[in-house]
Design a protein around this ligand. Structure first.
Ligand code: C2E
Ligand code: CA
Ligand code: CA
Length: 401
């Protein structure tokens, strides 16, 4: 029997094209132009595979992924999109988190051969009546996991380019998936945001990171920790007290902790964050402006908020070797940071050419896969011991100057 495919896309051209491709391969095809329409169709008809665009006006493809996970059968999903890699990546993670049967992710313009081979690759489709209930990250599991052992923080080294010493580590959220793997930060954040658990997530991440810091201290390594926080956290009047309560509880000096606030996520005109941030700063906690780069709109924030570090977005760092504009922004960001007496961190260093470039431009610290990927705590300890002992060298770090 022919497989039944539902195509969801807001563009009529795209729907027609996909229908044509699929019909020539003998699939039975239905189409929907919105999430609502798709859900309506899925109420009465079962489909083996859903092919959907990621970004449509009155719906987000992300919402559709969630709705698909709630169906009482388990269709395959193919995402088609012209979105950037990062969005696609988080769609992939979300599909994994919701245990949706993701068959593939294709970017526009769609290659017919690739589409059909993605469908064919699924040698035997899963029994469409059974749902792997144990692999779904549901709300109650998320809450339980948040309070127990669901979160598995990973640590990425940050290198001081002037002293060539480890400047600290940034901690990222990962989730122990029921199947044994680790889910990325994208999936964790999305669920936390959706379900209203951003505060719990942040406090739990801090707790785990500070606890780890204590463990490393006892093992002979003092590691400064950078923790990502969201603007939602800062809107809580007691945020500073809670953070300082945690440093106290785990016996960590506030100066060993740094908070990273994303430029895109930050509104300077709110009174509470300023008070909260000033209080943290006065106690010695470091404050970084993360993801800096999209123009200089954030200049005004730099003046008002007591940041002491500026983190250049990895997009700009990544593009700066071949893209002149990106290079100018990177250079100006480093220069601006120094003029404002801030230190400047460059993220996303993936090769020696980029490391050399940011060293030459005078960046203070750097992070990226070339230096070290985000690692489990035990791995990080070994990494930093090896680095400090000179067993591990970073290619390109010593060729500058
Ligand atoms: P971010 O703070 O800008 O973190 C950098 C992201 O880039 C991390 O992804 C990191 O794994 C990745 N990365 C590091 N080096 C490289 C590199 O050389 N090349 C490339 N391509 N990527 C690199 P991750 O862990 O998926 O985190 C994504 C974002 O999620 C973070 O962006 C941060 O904004 C947020 N996030 C992660 N953990 C937490 C958390 O516990 N709380 C909050 N509020 N946000 C978090
Ligand atoms: Ca960050
Ligand atoms: Ca960043």
């Amino acid at each position: 029997m022919s497989k039944r495919i539902l195509v969801v896309d807001d563009s009529a051209t795209m729907r027609d094209m996909l229908t044509q491709y699929l019909q020539t391969a003998d699939y039975l095809v239905a189409t929907a132009s919105s999430r609502a329409q798709a859900l309506e169709i899925l109420k009465t008809e079962r489909y083996d595979v859903i092919v959907t665009d990621l970004n449509m006006p009155e719906m987000d493809g992300f919402g559709l992924i969630q709705s698909i996970s709630e169906l009482d059968w388990d269709p395959g999903l193919i995402i088609v999109s012209h979105q950037d890699e990062r969005a696609l990546y988080s769609a992939r993670e979300l599909a994994l988190a919701y245990s949706v049967n993701l068959l593939g992710v294709l970017t526009k313009p769609i290659d017919k051969g690739l589409l059909l081979s993605t469908l064919n690759d699924v040698a035997s489709m899963r029994d469409t009546d059974k749902k792997g209930a144990e692999t779904v990250l549901i709300e109650s599991e998320f809450i339980r996991g948040l309070l127990t052992d669901g979160l598995a923080p990973v640590f990425q080294p940050k290198l001081n380019l002037k002293t060539r010493k480890v400047a600290g580590a940034e901690v990222f959220a990962r989730w122990r998936a029921p199947g044994g793997g680790l889910l990325g930060a994208g999936a964790v954040l999305r669920i936390a945001e959706e379900k209203g658990f951003m505060d719990v997530l942040t406090y739990r991440m801090m707790e785990l990171a500070l606890e780890q810091q204590g463990r490393w201290h006892r093992q002979g390594q003092d590691v400064k920790i950078a923790i990502n926080v969201s603007s939602e956290n800062l809107r809580k009047e007691d945020f500073a007290d809670i953070v300082l309560g945690l440093t106290d509880q785990f016996d960590v000096k506030p100066g060993m902790v740094r908070l990273e606030l994303s430029e895109s996520d930050f509104h300077v005109d709110e009174r509470v964050p300023l008070e909260v941030l000033s209080k943290l700063k006065a106690a010695g906690v470091g404050l970084s402006l993360d993801d800096f780069g999209a123009g200089f709109a954030s200049l005004v924030r730099l003046k008002t908020i007591p940041f002491d570090e500026l983190i250049v977005d990895r997009e700009f760092v990544g593009r700066a070797l071949e893209d002149k504009m990106a290079r100018i922004i990177l250079e100006s960001a480093i220069d601006l940071a120094h003029k404002l007496d801030l230190s400047c961190n460059c993220e996303g260093i993936e090769d020696t050419a980029h490391l050399k470039m940011v060293q030459d431009l005078g960046a203070d610290t750097a992070q990226g896969y070339l230096i070290g990927k985000p690692m489990a705590p035990e791995e990080f300890l070994i990494w930093s011991e090896d680095f400090n002992d000179g067993v591990l060298t970073i290619p390109g770090l010593n060729i500058a100057e």
